[in-house]
Design a protein around this ligand. Structure first.
Ligand SMILES: [Zn+2]
Length: 221
C-alpha cells in the first residue's frame, strides 16, 4: 500500500476530501534527508517516522482491541466517529470506491471555496464587533449560520454562533440596565438605551426584549 496505492494519482485525488492520518509503529524502514536539516520518513511522503509512530500510539487503542491487522483503513466523520473500515490490502480502485461510500455517509461536506467564504465572514464579524458595529457583525455572522444545513459546516457555524451569542448576551445586559434606569426614574435614559439595542441588534433575542421594554415604558410627555 505504501509504495503502490498511496502515491497513485487516483488515491491522491480521492484523499483530498479527507484528513489522512497515517499510523505505523515500525520505523526500521528508516528516514531520508530532505534539504539540509530535515529527516523525513523513507516510505511516506511529507511526515517523519516519529509522527507516524506517535499517531499509532495515540489512535490504536481507540480503534482496535487485541490484534491489529496491517493494513487496516478506517474512515471517520468530522467528530472522529468510525463510519467505515477495510481490513487487509486492496487495489487503488477498490479503496477509492470505499472512500466514496464513506463520503456518502458523512454528507456533502464543505468545499474549499465555501470554507474560505465562511472564514472571511467570521473575520468580518469579529472586526465589526470590535469596532462596535453590531449591525454589521450580525449580518456577517448570520451569513455563516445560514449555512448550518450542511453537516460539514458544523464547526465553522458554531464559531459564528458563538459570536452572535456573545452579542446577544451584551444586548440583554443593556436591556437589564435600561430597566434599572427606568425604575430609578430615568425613563428617557432607559428609552434611549432600549432604542439603541432595538435598532442595533435586530435579528437577536435582545432586540425583541428591548422592543417589549419600550412598549412597557410610560409614554413620553
Ligand atoms: Zn517512517
Amino acid at each position: 500500500m505504501d509504495s503502490s496505492v498511496y502515491p497513485n494519482k487516483d488515491f491522491v485525488a480521492a484523499s483530498k476530501k479527507w484528513v489522512s492520518i497515517y499510523c505505523n509503529k515500525e520505523s526500521e524502514h528508516g528516514s531520508k534527508k530532505v534539504g539540509l536539516d530535515k529527516e523525513l520518513c523513507a516510505i511516506i511522503a511529507g511526515i517523519t517516522c516519529d509522527e507516524h509512530t506517535k499517531n499509532f500510539a495515540e489512535l490504536s487503542g481507540k480503534f482496535f482491541k487485541g490484534t491489529i491487522m496491517n493494513p487496516t483503513h478506517i474512515w471517520c466523520d468530522p467528530d472522529g466517529n468510525e463510519i467505515g473500515r477495510q481490513v487487509g490490502a486492496m487495489p487503488t480502485k477498490g479503496l477509492v470506491e470505499k472512500m466514496g461510500e464513506a463520503l456518502k455517509k458523512v454528507g456533502p461536506g464543505l468545499g474549499g471555496d465555501e470554507y474560505a467564504y465562511m472564514n472571511d465572514k467570521i473575520a468580518e464579524g469579529q472586526k465589526a464587533s470590535e469596532e462596535n458595529k453590531p449591525k454589521d457583525a450580525i449580518a456577517a455572522w448570520t451569513a455563516v449560520t445560514k449555512m448550518s444545513k450542511n453537516p460539514g459546516a458544523k464547526n465553522v457555524v458554531a464559531r459564528a454562533q458563538a459570536g452572535l451569542d456573545k452579542l446577544n448576551e451584551y444586548g440583554k445586559d443593556q436591556v437589564a440596565k435600561a430597566k434599572d434606569l427606568a425604575t430609578g426614574g430615568d425613563v428617557e435614559g432607559a428609552r434611549k438605551l432600549l432604542k439603541e439595542i432595538y435598532s442595533g441588534y435586530k435579528g437577536l433575542d435582545c432586540a425583541k426584549d428591548a422592543e417589549k421594554e419600550i412598549a412597557n415604558l410610560p409614554k413620553p410627555k
